[in-house]
Design a protein around this ligand. Structure first.
Ligand SMILES: [Zn+2]
Length: 97
């Protein structure tokens, strides 16, 4: 390698990332490298993504749902009743009723 070649800057690209705390991270990487989808935010350590409007891990503007609400979403009430009845029956069997 000739000395003057070493000083030739490689082509670069600037890539920006945003974490969910609205920290912007600007990095500069080689132009021929595909930017990673995620970059750790150096300020808070959370993963930052390339979409400023939709950073990874942002809490959606959905109303808070309890665990039970999620369970109810996955199971119908009838299924829940059946599971409960089954569990009670098993319990009674174990007790020898
Ligand atoms: Zn951050």
């Amino acid at each position: 390698m000739r000395p003057d070649e070493r000083h030739q800057p490689a082509p670069r690209q600037d890539v920006s990332y945003w974490c969910r705390n609205d920290h912007r991270v600007d990095i500069r990487i080689a132009a021929d490298v595909e930017p990673p989808a995620l970059w750790d935010c150096p300020r808070c350590g959370l993963p930052a993504g390339r979409d400023a409007q939709n950073p990874p891990g942002r809490v959606r503007a959905e109303p808070y749902k309890s665990h039970l609400a999620y369970v109810k979403e996955r199971r119908t009430a009838e299924e829940g009743e059946a599971l409960l009845a089954e569990a009670l029956a098993a319990l009674r069997r174990r007790r020898g009723e």
